[in-house]
Design a binder for this molecule. Structure first.
Ligand code: HEM
Length: 179
């Protein structure tokens, strides 16, 4: 594709191949274990995101200036978002064989984050890496390398679909309007 000098594509993602039946089963089986501790895991994932990538707190009015991990853990806005993230993943996992449902969930998530919350889509990619890391650490027996590969594919699909919605609604990074 031709590019003007200095033009950088903000986030280029490749469409992952569809999940195989075996991968779907591995995702559903492993998620069943993870979802038993849905609240703790969700909070652990978001805390890891905000500690390792503090800039990602910028979108959250109630805790963007909080650095203390204990205080972050208590934030109702953080806990609510953890609940929403885990709930959305649960819906995806429950509907892996229903492409329409998966597309509609990701469309809602993409639209809300692009239009209402103005979140840069690169944070979805960052969060995906964090999810994989935390699941691998917390559930080493469940999230074997093979299961991890299936999760990597699902999360790549999530990022790809969300980014496609961003493109559809014409989202541009804030800096693009100034230069
Ligand atoms: C797997 C990825 C994610 C899922 C499934 C998810 C899910 C959700 C849902 C369902 C909502 C409520 C939607 C609405 O307002 O209509 C929400 C709100 C929000 N999300 Fe996400 N989210 C994800 C990733 C992110 C990331 C990476 C960020 C930023 C770093 C982010 C920032 C926000 C913010 C700022 C809100 C509004 C919070 C509030 O009003 O209290 N989300 N998210």
């Amino acid at each position: 594709m031709e590019r003007k000098q200095g033009e950088v594509d903000h986030l280029e993602l490749e469409r992952p191949s569809p999940l195989t039946d075996k991968e779907r089963v591995m995702i559903q089986d492993s998620w069943a274990k993870v979802f038993q501790n849905c609240e703790d895991v969700g909070v652990a994932i978001l805390i890891r995101l905000f500690v390792n990538f503090p800039i990602s707190k910028q979108y959250f009015s109630q805790f963007k200036h909080i650095e203390d991990v204990r205080e972050l853990e208590q934030s109702s806005q953080l806990r609510k978002h953890a609940h929403r993230v885990m709930g959305a993943i649960n819906t995806l996992v429950e509907n892996l064989d229903n492409a329409e449902k998966v597309a509609s969930v990701l469309k809602l998530v993409g639209k809300a984050h692009a239009l209402k919350h103005n979140v840069d889509p690169m944070y979805f990619k960052i969060l995906s890496g964090v999810i994989l890391e935390v699941l691998g650490e917390e559930y080493p027996e469940v999230v074997t390398p093979e299961v991890g590969t299936a999760w990597t594919k699902l999360l790549a699909t999530l990022c790809y679909s969300v980014k496609a919605i961003y493109d559809e609604v014409g989202w541009t990074p804030p800096s693009a309007s100034t230069g």
